[in-house]
Ligand binder design. Structure first.
Ligand SMILES: *Cc1c(COP(=O)(O)O)cnc(C)c1O
Ligand code: SF4
Length: 349
C-alpha cells in the first residue's frame, strides 16, 4: 500500500505544477465581442455586399455580439435566425410611419431617476444601459440611458421611492442588462433592497444566460445565493438555436442557486414567425428547466419595422401553438400599451 502511494505521488508530481490555462472571464469575453460588421461577415463567410449597409445602420445603434453567440450561427446563411437579430441592415435607416423612439411611453412613467413604476406592486429599475448584445429590434435602442440609469445617482432616488412606497413587493432589475454590472455593484444594490421589509421578490431581466452564459460564474452565483429575497430570472431567447450546452449549464447553475427561470421572446418576422420555430423554442427551453412566460408582439420602435408582423398573423401563430403544446409551454401573447395597467393580452382585432 505504502509503496503504491508513494509511486502515485511520484507520478503526480510532473503534472501538478503545470497550471491549467485559465478560461477568459466574462468581462474579457464581453470586451472581445464582435463590433465590426466586416469581421462578422468574414467570420460567417457572408456576402461582402452586406458590410456597407451594416456599417451605415450601425452608426445609429452599434453592432455588438459575443463570439460564442456568433459560433451558434450557420455559416454562409444570411437568413440565420440568430444573425438576423444582430446584423444591422439598411431597412433600419428608413423612417416608417407609426414607428417611434419611445413606443411604450416609458419616459412618462418615471417614479425617480431610472425607476419605472407602471404596474401595481412591481417597480422596474434601469440599472445600466450596457448589454452584452445589441438586438436590432430592441425597444430601448433610443432610450436616453446617459441620463436615465438609476446608477447615475448611486441608486439614491430610486431607493428612496422604493422605501417610501410600501405597496411595492417586487423589484425588477432591467436595463440595458443588469448583469453587465459587476458582482460588487449587484451586491450593493441587493443589500439596500433587502433592508426594505416590504420587498419580497427580486426579478432580473437579462439576456446573459443566452448570449454570454459565461457570465454565470462563481462570483455571480455567490451573489445570488446570498440574496434572501425570492429570485426570478427572466431570460430572453427567441430561437431554439440559441440554446446550446453552455446555456443549459448556465441555467442549471441558476436553478441550483434557487432561482425560478422564465423566458420572454419577441415575435420577429424572419426569426421565429412559424409555429415550428415557436414550438421548438418552447421545447428547448423546457429541456433547460425554463418556462416560456411572454411572447411579445414587436414594440413599434423606429428602425425595427422590418421585423413587424400583422397582429392577425401573431394571433394565428399563437392559436396554432396552443393547439400543439401543453398549456405550460405556451407563452402569453402580449403587447405593451402605454398607460395600460399590465402587459395586455393580444386577443384579436
Ligand atoms: C414588463 C414590465 C413589468 C413586469 O410586468 P409583468 O407582467 O409582471 O412581467 C414591470 N414594470 C415595467 C415598467 C414593465 O415594462
Ligand atoms: S439585451 Fe435586451 S435590452 Fe439589450 S439590446 Fe437586447 S433586447 Fe435590448
Amino acid at each position: 500500500m505504502i509503496a503504491a502511494t508513494s509511486h502515485a505521488n511520484q507520478l503526480a508530481t510532473p503534472f501538478d505544477p503545470v497550471p491549467l490555462p485559465s478560461a477568459p472571464g466574462w468581462q474579457q469575453l464581453l470586451a472581445d465581442a464582435v463590433t465590426d460588421p466586416r469581421e462578422l461577415c468574414t467570420l460567417l463567410e457572408l456576402d461582402p455586399a452586406l458590410v456597407l449597409p451594416a456599417v451605415a445602420a450601425a452608426k445609429d445603434f452599434a453592432l455588438r455580439v459575443p463570439r460564442s453567440y456568433v459560433a451558434r450561427m450557420r455559416k454562409g446563411d444570411p437568413n440565420d435566425p440568430l444573425l438576423l437579430q444582430v446584423l444591422p441592415v439598411a431597412a433600419e435607416t428608413q423612417l416608417v410611419e407609426g414607428f417611434v423612439t419611445d413606443p411604450v411611453g416609458d419616459m412618462d412613467r418615471r417614479a425617480a431617476q431610472g425607476l419605472l413604476h407602471k404596474y401595481q406592486g412591481r417597480a422596474l429599475l434601469v440599472t445600466t444601459g450596457a448589454c452584452a448584445v445589441h438586438c436590432r429590434y430592441c425597444f430601448r435602442r433610443h432610450f436616453p440611458y446617459g441620463e436615465e440609469s438609476a446608477l447615475q445617482q448611486g441608486w439614491l432616488g430610486a431607493l428612496e421611492h422604493l422605501r417610501a412606497d410600501t405597496t411595492i413587493t417586487e423589484v425588477i432589475l432591467s436595463g440595458g442588462d443588469p448583469w453587465s454590472l459587476s458582482d460588487r455593484r449587484l451586491k450593493q444594490l441587493t443589500d439596500a433592497l433587502q433592508a426594505l421589509p416590504h420587498i419580497r421578490r427580486l426579478r432580473v431581466h437579462t439576456r446573459y444566460p443566452i448570449v454570454l452564459p459565461e457570465r454565470i460564474d462563481s462570483g455571480l452565483l455567490d451573489w445570488l445565493q446570498g440574496v434572501r429575497l425570492q429570485k426570478v430570472v427572466v431570460m430572453h431567447a427567441n430561437h431554439a438555436h440559441e440554446i446550446d450546452e453552455s446555456v443549459r449549464e448556465a441555467c442549471r447553475k441558476l436553478a441550483a442557486a434557487g432561482t425560478t427561470l422564465l423566458n420572454q421572446s419577441v415575435l420577429l418576422k424572419g426569426v421565429n414567425d412559424s409555429v415550428i420555430a415557436l414550438a421548438e423554442l418552447s421545447e428547448a427551453l423546457f429541456e433547460t428547466h425554463v418556462l416560456p412566460y411572454y411572447l411579445h408582439v414587436l414594440d413599434k420602435v423606429r428602425g425595427a419595422a422590418h421585423f413587424d408582423l400583422p397582429e392577425s398573423r401573431a394571433l394565428e401563430l399563437h392559436r396554432e401553438l396552443t393547439a400543439r403544446l401543453p398549456g405550460y409551454l405556451v407563452p402569453k401573447l402580449v403587447r405593451e400599451i402605454a398607460g395600460a395597467p399590465a402587459k395586455t393580452a393580444v386577443v384579436g382585432l
